[in-house]
Design a protein around this ligand. Structure first.
Ligand code: TRP
Length: 460
């Protein structure tokens, strides 16, 4: 493998900072800012956070290294990467293909939630929130958005449109440039909000909630933390693999993976340190569920000084985070069509952007009374949106995670595994780190993931 030429340079990152920004941009998303705070709230805080950090370090990071490594070594998109490195054994290509499918599916409903963020961004700009602080008014506002076919489709169109435009411009001119600026802005916005958070009376209770021990931590919480660690790091379906394939042959894999995981974690914890002080300052419960950022935060912020600006900054932050993640999901599908089928970027991006747009329409309709919403709920017990999320998050991500771990842990020959781990990285030459990594991808991660899946099937 080592003698393979690099890709041509326009399909490679300009710098390793660019790679870290793009990959951290993929990882930092709605998962960090929307979901992590509310599941932390639901699971009681501190102990959940600690367990989540453990999952990131012990399982997430090793798989991230494995994924980025497969990409860099093969210089190929998911399906071809497995094809090349397994010397044509077609079973492994299924792992790549399932990943591409999962990425397409995730983006189709991710765009709907991002669309709600866009709508709230507009409301914060034009001052369209209810005048009184009656919670019911805010709940109604959110419910009517979720139920509105017209608004959901409109914002889905806008969001997919922007995502497609960035991906059309390619690796360097589109994705890398957007990620560099976007991530810089994101950290500034988050930092600004966190400083604002320290001035609020709810700051110390919030610190205690996020870092103190809590007693309602259960098995179910543990599984939720694990599953979310995967989702948050964008692992299991070849998104990091695709970005890794735009590295040069001897770029650092271990060090950059660590940087990405740290950035992702900082934003997740940072989001909690923004949202909980706000919620506690006006006496709201942290366990508000999915409506936390769309209902509780506007209610709370608008009662606080500079709340209007705070809201604007917050939804801008949410949008940036969602966009850089969506870009990575679309890029993965696009890379597959370019690499495996020889399409041009323009053709692949417009076709995939259009296809994912159409696939998202049932999700856009899921809040309504029609077939994809209320209808399916009666038949399946969940809407199309819920079913897509359930299939992707609970099954496709963990399955892909097992596939990647087993592939790097057992299928690559040990010579190649060692060489690739060391190549380009100072940390890679640390013997004990290599040992721990192999332990994690060979044994720990497949076993733990299988246990989680059995639990999901209610066998455990
Ligand atoms: N990690 C992103 C988030 O936290 C979502 C995401 C982007 C993702 N690409 C992915 C999740 C690939 C799984 C796989 O919101």
């Amino acid at each position: 493998m080592t003698d393979r030429a690099n890709r041509n340079s326009s399909s490679q990152w300009q710098s390793s900072i660019g790679f870290i920004a793009a990959a951290a941009g993929s990882a930092v998303g709605l998962g960090n800012i929307w979901k992590f705070p509310y599941i932390t709230g639901e699971n009681g805080g501190g102990t959940f956070v600690l367990f989540y950090l453990l999952c990131i370090a012990v399982l997430g990071l090793p798989i991230m290294v494995a994924e980025v490594m497969i990409g860099r070594t093969s210089q190929s998109s998911p399906v071809r990467a497995f094809q090349r490195l397994s010397m044509g054994n077609s079973w492994w290509q299924v792992v790549g293909a399932l990943g591409v499918f999962a990425g397409i599916l995730i983006l189709s409903y991710y765009s709907i939630v991002a669309g709600w963020g866009l709508h709230y961004l507009l409301l914060s700009i034009v001052g369209g929130f209810p005048q009184d602080s009656n919670p019911q008014a805010y709940t109604d506002l959110f419910d009517s958005l979720v139920q509105s076919v017209r608004l959901n489709i409109w914002w889905h169109t806008v969001f997919m449109g922007i995502t497609t435009l960035v991906v059309l411009r390619g690796i360097r001119g589109g994705i890398e440039r957007f990620a560099n600026w976007g991530m810089l802005a994101l950290f500034l916005l988050l930092g600004g909000l966190a400083i604002y958070g320290t001035t609020l009376p709810g700051f110390f209770p919030a610190i205690e909630f996020v870092f103190g021990f809590s007693d309602n931590f259960t098995w179910k919480s543990a599984l939720e933390a694990l599953g979310h660690a995967f989702f948050s790091l964008s692992l299991g379906i070849g998104a990091m693999l695709t970005y890794g394939s735009y590295l040069k042959r001897h770029d650092d894999v271990v060090g950059t993976s660590i940087a990405i995981a740290i950035a992702d974690t900082v934003v997740a914890i940072g989001a909690c340190l923004v949202l909980f002080p706000i919620a506690f300052s006006v006496g709201l419960e942290p366990s508000a569920g999915p409506g936390l950022i769309f209902i509780n935060i506007p209610i709370a912020l608008l009662q606080l000084p500079f709340g209007q600006i705070g809201l604007l900054v917050f939804f801008l932050l949410l949008l940036l985070a969602a966009l850089t993640s969506a870009i990575s999901l679309l890029e993965m599908a696009v890379a597959f069509f370019i690499d495996s089928l020889g399409w041009t970027r323009t053709l692949a991006t417009s076709t995939m952007g259009g296809f994912i747009y159409l696939l998202g329409i049932p999700s856009a309709l899921s809040g309504g009374e029609g077939f994809f919403g209320a209808g399916l709920r009666q038949i399946l017990g969940m809407t199309w949106f819920d079913a897509a999320d359930y299939l992707a998050s609970n099954w496709l991500l963990p399955l892909g995670g097992i596939g990647i771990s087993l592939f790097v842990g057992w299928r690559l020959n040990s010579q190649q595994r060692v060489t690739e781990f060391r190549d380009g990285s100072r940390l890679g030459s640390w013997q004990w780190l290599y040992f721990l990594w192999v332990l994690a991808i060979r044994w720990l991660s497949p076993i733990v993931i299988v246990l989680v899946m059995l639990y999901n099937l209610e066998i455990l």
